[in-house]
Design a protein around this ligand. Structure first.
Ligand code: SF4
Length: 257
């Protein structure tokens, strides 16, 4: 599927065209082309307010939750057998993560939903297909340049959001994944994931558009694809966020502040 068709399927073609010729679908070929206005307004370090709680929520002390073995196989086996928090009782399958293990981009979503819980794969079903299409539109895939996971690895009961103590218990697994993948950029999708990583109670609309940091890595925030399925008008904003992702990945380390 070419990028224009992918974008049409995302439902953002009309909005994009209204924004004028500076943002063109084929323009993805040029580094930085299609950047949303203001995309260079990078706030170094944790953003005021929202980012300030990053260490407090998933800081060093939080890594006491589980003892993480070294290596991918041991990590995935450890997650599958983990009973460090109560979510082990509500899962069918733990959902460790999937994708390119040396990816430039790590995507962290909210807790697994029913489909993810059944398949053992993050971002499954319709929301997963939407995410794959969006990644494809910027030349990435979960197996090529992107690694996807969730902030907690087990499905909470009754479709509730994960709680702070569950973030804390599960943080060591996420940290181990970040250490193994060593991504250049982390894209956090969804309110639960953003608040778990960055702290505070700010909403996605408030957190997106700023460069945050978590454990000395740059972090961007955007909408979870499930949210986009419910609120299609936000797809255009999500697309702006993806263009920002693409721009950041195209920058040399020396270009970043
Ligand atoms: S959510 Fe995380 S900490 Fe809790 S049981 Fe699952 S893997 Fe372990």
């Amino acid at each position: 599927m070419n990028r224009l068709r992918q974008l049409n399927e995302l439902g953002i073609d009309t909005v994009w065209r209204l924004r004028g010729p500076s943002v063109a679908v084929p323009g993805l070929a040029a580094a930085g082309a299609g950047m949303p206005a203001g995309a260079d307004r990078v706030a170094p370090g944790a953003a005021a307010g929202a980012g300030a709680g990053a260490v407090a929520v998933l800081g060093e002390a939080a890594l006491r939750g589980v003892t993480v073995p070294s290596g991918w196989d041991a990590l995935e086996q450890g997650v599958a057998a983990c009973n460090a928090c109560g979510l082990c009782r509500s899962r069918n399958r733990a959902v460790p993560g999937r994708g390119d293990r040396s990816a430039a981009l790590m995507i962290v979503g909210d807790a697994p939903d029913a489909e993810e819980d059944a398949e053992g794969e993050p971002f499954a079903g319709q929301s997963g297909r939407l995410l794959d299409n969006m990644l494809g539109a910027i030349g990435l895939a979960r197996g090529a340049g992107a690694y996807v996971t969730n902030i907690v690895k087990c499905r909470p009961p009754a479709q509730r959001s994960p709680q702070a103590d569950e973030f804390v218990q599960c943080a060591a697994w996420l940290q181990a994944q970040v250490d193994l993948v060593s991504p250049r950029l982390i894209l956090v999708l969804g309110r639960s994931a953003a608040q778990g990583i960055l702290g505070g109670e700010a909403s996605v609309p408030l957190l997106r558009g700023q460069m945050h940091r978590w454990r000395d890595r740059p972090v961007l925030v955007s909408y979870h694809p499930t949210q986009l399925l419910h609120t299609p008008r936000d797809k255009a904003k999500a697309w702006e966020d993806l263009l920002r992702v693409r721009h950041e990945l195209s920058r040399q380390p020396s270009d970043r502040r």
